[in-house]
Design a protein around this ligand. Sequence first.
Ligand SMILES: Nc1ncnc2c1ncn2[C@@H]1O[C@H](COP(=O)(O)OP(=O)(O)O)[C@@H](O)[C@H]1O
Ligand SMILES: O=P(O)(O)O[C@H]1O[C@H](CO)[C@@H](O[C@H]2O[C@H](CO)[C@@H](O)[C@H](O)[C@H]2O)[C@H](O)[C@H]1O
Length: 498
Amino acid sequence: MSEAASARSRQVSLGAVPLGPLEPMLRAWLPRQRWFAGKGRAITRLRLVSAVELLPPEASPGLLHLLVGVDADGSSDCYQLLLGVRPNLPPALAPALIGYAEQGPYAGQAVYEGLGDPRLAALLLERLRSPGSLGPLRFDRDPAALIPASPTPRPLSGEQTNSSLIYGDSYILKVFRRVGPGVNPDLELPRALAAAGCTRVPAPVAWYEAALPGAEPLTLGVLQPYLRGSDDGWQLALRRLGAGADFTAEAHALGRATAEVHSALAGALPTTALDPEQTARLAAGMTARLAATAREVPGLRPYEAGLRGAFDALAASRGAGVAAQRIHGDLHLGQTLRTADGSWALIDFEGEPARPLADRRRPEPAVRDIAGILRSFDYAARSHRPFAPAWADDCRAAFCEGYARTTGRDPREDPVLLRAYETDKAVYEARYESRHRPDWLHVPMAAIRRLSEPQRPATHRVPPTPAVPPAPGSLSPHPSHPHPHQHPHPKPPRRPLP
Ligand SMILES: Nc1ncnc2c1ncn2[C@@H]1O[C@H](COP(=O)(O)OP(=O)(O)O)[C@@H](O)[C@H]1O
Ligand SMILES: O=P(O)(O)O[C@H]1O[C@H](CO)[C@@H](O[C@H]2O[C@H](CO)[C@@H](O)[C@H](O)[C@H]2O)[C@H](O)[C@H]1O
């Protein structure tokens, strides 16, 4: 019998104090993690939401699954931790050490980041291979998927919002870090796309969640095929730029791929048409984000009034029947993969991680994603020396033409909407860069200066583009430019964690 199958799982008590002896070490360790959202805010309280021993400490290593509530200066978040427990840590795992427990059930043992331990990573995969419940944890899988036993795991390196493990270069498991009640769109949307026959997005093959009393299940992790040999769209674009090479063919194909995903999402999940009130609310949300960012990023203040014009124009457009649907929500070149066979795939449908889940699951105009990619072309062109504006303009035109080729509508035909979303994205980026990468702040600031200037009316019309059906097998049958169904997506209730 495998280690996983023979393992006892039990809900554990860590002592009378909420997190017992683990609390001080977690307080010190959490703020140092890339995925910890509360950086710079003092942690006021740690709360134990759930604890399950996936392997008891006697198994050495033991594996402890924790959901920990973190209160920090008025905010409250819940994080998923997978902690290894061993009496002695082998040298290879030394960087994963969190601390030594002084008392409680793990007294004298090393407590460490469990995802870095191949034995524990293998155990997690075993759990995903065999559906079932362990305390509040529920493991589920696509019965048709053949998930091999024991492929060698390795953690994905690099700075990510979540933590991912790659198994034998055939599967990748994303372990969500900041979790909340309700299905995560990074499980919900790829599953919906797979069911609709869209192959542009790797289809989830297994996932796990927590069912806690009085709350919707929380999505904790998703396993999906690893697209071996694929190129990250951002790195590819930079390489091309560096070599003075054209990227328009790729941009065009990416426009088509994005349009296919949008069309499949519109066919699979509820859509709506924005009315004037919803449009005004959308514009008000963008205006509020601008105001909040201007408070935080002083360099933005001189441009605030000019930028507001884009959002006022959106409100004044009264929606004009713009379709809203489920979208990617945080699309940029780093969320695209050019696969070994030369086609484009989209990944990471979580949306902007800082936004509440209910907001991320609400239908929005698809142009939000388009604006994200167009901003990426500008980022790439500005990170090149000398700045390559013509490269970005050409990619922009090619992407929009590719998009129009599939949907029959060029995003540039909706200039008010496109400008509002590009402005909103540039404002978001200014905040992101000022918080995380101040050296990059000049990139969105250049866009902000341009977008804050009064816009001249368009001098030439974008020629209408006939829609061409997508490649066979890449998408389910549906209208190429979906007519919005009139059943608005209900806003899921946001319930606090118990
Ligand atoms: N299915 C996949 N195949 C190949 N690489 C992938 C796949 N999914 C993710 N990746 C790689 O992992 C990185 C992180 O994935 P992502 O979903 O963006 O995680 P996060 O939410 O942590 O940012 C991506 O930038 C990409 O390089
Ligand atoms: O971590 P995520 O992928 O969810 O996205 C965040 O980080 C991105 C940077 O890694 C940031 O993207 C910005 O920089 C990119 C170049 O590094 C550029 O291609 C994007 O267009 C630009 O927005 C993203 O905004 C942020 O949410």
